[in-house]
Design a protein around this ligand. Structure first.
Ligand SMILES: [Ca+2]
Length: 127
């Protein structure tokens, strides 16, 4: 009995995983509650992760970002979207153009428009 319950649970988990995974082979490895960004496409190379805003990315990730994941926590009144900007948000710069915006749960393995352009990110209520 115990074994069959475990089997059912495992089957349900597998079904849930296949429903929620956007990219087939490699789901992004990113801690819950964090925005993650990688230097290479498909969540490869070095990863930066942040649970808060970072208005001035470190030089190793600035303008080298090639894949992104939003594993932020969703809920009423919670800033659960992430906007990435082309410039550091440092007075008088407001960050310039937004290169990409991620909804909760979004995992983007590559995006030609945003590739190697990000310098800052901010959590927000929407895109
Ligand atoms: Ca890159």
């Amino acid at each position: 009995m115990k074994q069959s319950v475990a089997l059912v649970a495992a089957t349900l988990l597998a079904a849930a995983a296949s429903l929620t995974t956007a990219t087939p082979a490699s789901a992004a490895s990113c801690p819950s509650g964090n925005f993650c960004v990688w230097t290479d496409a498909n969540f490869g190379g070095q990863r930066m992760n942040a649970s808060g805003d970072d208005e001035w990315w470190e030089s190793w990730i600035a303008d080298t970002d090639s894949s992104w994941a939003n594993h932020g926590i969703s809920g009423p009144g919670i800033k659960d979207h992430v906007k990435v900007y082309e410039s550091a948000i440092q007075f008088p710069s407001n960050g310039g153009a937004m290169t990409i915006c991620l909804r909760p749960g979004d995992e983007v393995g590559y995006n030609a428009t945003a590739n190697d352009r990000g310098d800052a990110h901010v959590w927000s209520m929407g895109c």
